[in-house]
Design a protein around this ligand. Structure first.
Ligand SMILES: [Zn+2]
Ligand SMILES: [Zn+2]
Length: 269
């Protein structure tokens, strides 16, 4: 019924009780989770993540070098990643993008890692998962250079918090928009207005767990079962039922990421 299209299950926060976290997700009708592997200078963490998703039918992975870690990105790391991304349960490349809020890596390093990984993802036909913070204009213009209009399975802007114009530019290229816990925050009135009008065939929901827990869990550890709270808020904003939001975001997830291609894919759509 629900899909969490962006979580970080390899976070140390989940180490003590991951089994329980996953059990609660299943009890809450979360039928698939895309867990994001942020690859560092060596690929060990990515290999650990692949072992995790192999153990559970309803887990899938995405791999990429996050803009925070762009300083460690090299062409040879990209080539090694290309090998891992061929794993049948890796549905996407990312999260990649630009983050000018923290600038853990320089803008030049971030640009190089972003563009190179877009090209790598396209070379193996994977949608990209985009992280964008305080870099909307540059992310949009980069995507406009790299993607033509209505590109099928282009990717998703995760944890969307930008404005309507940014959404429109990315939608035009074929991107999906994923909404997370921020949608439930009291001050997110303008985001709720945008969410109300987004086309229903491009909507996804996510937790970004362990970060950004939705109300009423705000400030505590987030987990995939809380994606239901995002669905409830999105349903309220759009004047529909959470089951309907669950059904359409699950169908959109299947459309974009094609989990049926994964060897032990279970998503029903
Ligand atoms: Zn992110
Ligand atoms: Zn993330």
């Amino acid at each position: 019924m629900f899909v969490d299209s962006h979580a970080h299950l390899d976070s140390p926060d989940f180490q003590p009780d991951l089994e329980d976290v996953l059990a609660r997700a299943q009890e809450s009708s979360v039928e698939a989770i895309l867990t994001i592997g942020c690859v560092g200078p060596d690929l060990r963490s990515a290999e650990d993540l692949l072992r995790l998703v192999e153990r559970y039918d309803f887990l899938y992975a995405s791999l990429g070098v996050h803009p925070h870690d762009a300083s460690c990105f090299t062409e040879s790391l990209g080539a090694e990643l290309l090998g891992l991304v061929a794993h049948p349960k890796v549905l996407a490349w990312g999260e990649i993008g630009l983050d000018y809020h923290y600038q853990h890596s320089s803008p030049q390093q971030q640009r190089f890692a972003f563009r190179t990984q877009i090209e790598l993802a396209r070379s193996c036909d994977k949608p990209i998962v985009i992280h964008c913070r305080e870099a909307e204009e540059e992310v949009c213009s980069t995507l406009e250079q790299e993607f033509s209009e209505d590109t099928p399975r282009a990717g998703v802007l995760h944890c969307f918090t930008a404005d309507e114009a940014t959404a429109a530019r990315c939608l035009r290229l074929g991107f999906y928009i994923s909404l997370g816990g921020i949608l439930t925050f009291r001050k997110s009135e303008s985001l709720r207005e945008i969410a109300r009008d987004l086309p229903e065939n491009r909507l996804l929901i996510e937790t970004d767990a362990p970060y950004l827990a939705p109300v009423p869990h705000r400030g505590r550890r987030n987990e995939p079962s809380f994606v239901v709270k995002v669905a409830e808020e999105l349903a309220r904003v759009r004047g529909t039922m959470r089951e309907q939001i669950g059904a359409l975001t699950t169908a959109n997830f299947a459309q974009l990421f094609n989990p049926g291609r994964a060897s032990s894919g279970q998503i029903s759509d």
